[in-house]
Design a protein around this ligand. Structure first.
Ligand SMILES: *Cc1c(COP(=O)(O)O)cnc(C)c1O
Length: 401
């Protein structure tokens, strides 16, 4: 053998910390024990057991997406693979696309549409603002797109497009298919696929659903599915071809070997959402994020986005003068074993409020670690005032269970 096996390898135990860090950043997020256990199981990808699990995953997804007739498919891949699946199946080469850009992920949708030869027009929304329906309509009238892409929540800039339903209605009026990235928002805030007239919804595992990264879900409306069925050209992506994926998800036959463990994990994550109900879950997320935001402000720090455009699923905090974001993240992680996220671009750090992150015990630990780390690095924040504000808003019963 010309190439020898490496001999200086460390075991995972000696690489990982004794106790896992508390993942309070912009994803991945902590996963419930049932999800972790399901992720450790491998079963036959085409057997009856799998078929039963797939039926339930579709049924539960229809609830979580709020759709009666949506065509649900799973994707072995990150949220980005589901984004690419929506784009590649709905954007016909040379057709017009309008991409509403609020930041990093919404720009990624535009880039993906260009790669499949869509004729893409970008509506760049100013930093810190939500997309305006009137401006979107102006652009639709001017460019006559066949497809519109938009994020519900933009994780990178911590902005939410609160007028999503209104924007989708405008797009429908102009016969335009609407693709929505709901990766960080699904099951953390209201989303209604059917009522809002959304044609493709994308979600990843590791954010709102509190599942593992690398397995994603997508839902197509009837109109989107008819469009896919009627396409005569051959898609450039074989793995992401929805007509091929349909073989596995609706006809019990082989497309590629499904990520069975990941699908079992998603099954459990969805089941936890169904048991909790969307109403209670969204309420838990809202209250938890409001409490966190109040705590941060009461300490004397500023949030990045004004309340009317602010995303609750990921909270952006301005890095105070005299502090380096990198030092803050390192102190939080090494001293308090809490991980939060930096950012691309704006001088902010981000704390996630998705799934298991919205639990009182995780919130108290995170806010304390955050304020104490700032103070260790020379700030003079009022940590007790922050903790009191958090406590004051938190409805413990809603957030703990
Ligand atoms: C994280 C995220 C994605 C991408 O998900 P990956 O699993 O990293 O590919 C897309 N959109 C939004 C809004 C996200 O937050």
């Amino acid at each position: 053998m010309p190439i020898h096996a490496p001999t200086d390898l460390l075991s995972l135990d000696s690489i990982l910390p004794d106790e896992p860090l508390l993942m309070m950043g912009a994803g991945p997020v902590p996963i419930p024990a049932r999800v972790a256990a399901a992720n450790g199981i491998v079963i036959n990808h085409l057997g009856d057991t799998m078929a039963q699990i797939i039926e339930q995953v579709k049924q539960m997804s229809r609830y979580v997406f709020q759709t009666e007739t949506g065509h649900i498919l799973g994707v072995a891949g990150p949220g980005s693979a589901a984004m690419e699946m929506a784009i590649t199946n709905l954007v016909v080469p040379n057709s017009k696309v309008l991409s509403i850009c609020n930041g990093f992920f919404s720009r990624r949708l535009a880039e993906m549409a260009e790669r499949v030869e869509g004729d893409v027009e970008r509506l760049i929304v100013p930093e810190g603002e939500s997309a305006s329906p009137a401006l979107v309509e102006e652009h639709i009238i001017k460019h006559q797109p066949q497809v519109l892409t938009i994020v519900q929540g933009e994780t990178s800039s911590t902005v939410c497009n609160y007028a999503l339903a209104e924007i989708a209605a405008i797009a429908k009026k102009h016969h335009c298919l609407v693709i929505v990235d709901a990766v960080c928002t699904l099951s953390t805030m209201p989303f209604e696929m059917d009522n809002w007239g959304i044609d493709a919804v994308i979600t990843g595992g590791q954010k709102g659903l509190s599942c593992i990264p690398g397995v994603s879900l997508i839902g197509f409306s009837k109109q989107a599915w008819d469009h896919i069925q009627s396409r005569q050209d051959q898609l450039k992506h074989w793995c992401l071809d929805a007509k091929l994926a349909d073989q596995f998800w609706y006809k019990k036959s082989y497309h590629y070997t499904a990520p069975v463990s990941g699908i079992l994990a998603i099954h459990e994550a969805l089941r936890l959402v169904c048991n909790e109900t969307l109403e209670t879950r969204c309420d838990r997320h809202f209250r938890s994020s409001q409490a966190l935001q109040a705590g941060i402000e009461a300490m004397g720090l500023q949030l990045h986005v004004k309340p009317e455009s602010r995303l609750n699923s990921v909270v952006g905090i301005k890095v105070p003068q005299g502090l380096e974001a990198g030092d803050l993240l390192r102190t939080l992680s090494s001293r308090y074993r809490v991980e939060i996220s930096g950012a691309f671009g704006a001088n902010i750090v981000r704390i996630g409020q998705m799934g298991e992150q919205c639990r009182a015990h995780n919130l108290f630990r995170t806010l304390h670690a955050f304020g104490a780390s700032c103070n260790l690095l020379g700030q003079k924040l009022d940590l007790p005032a922050g903790m009191a504000a958090l406590e004051g808003i938190l409805d413990k019963h809603a957030v703990v269970d």
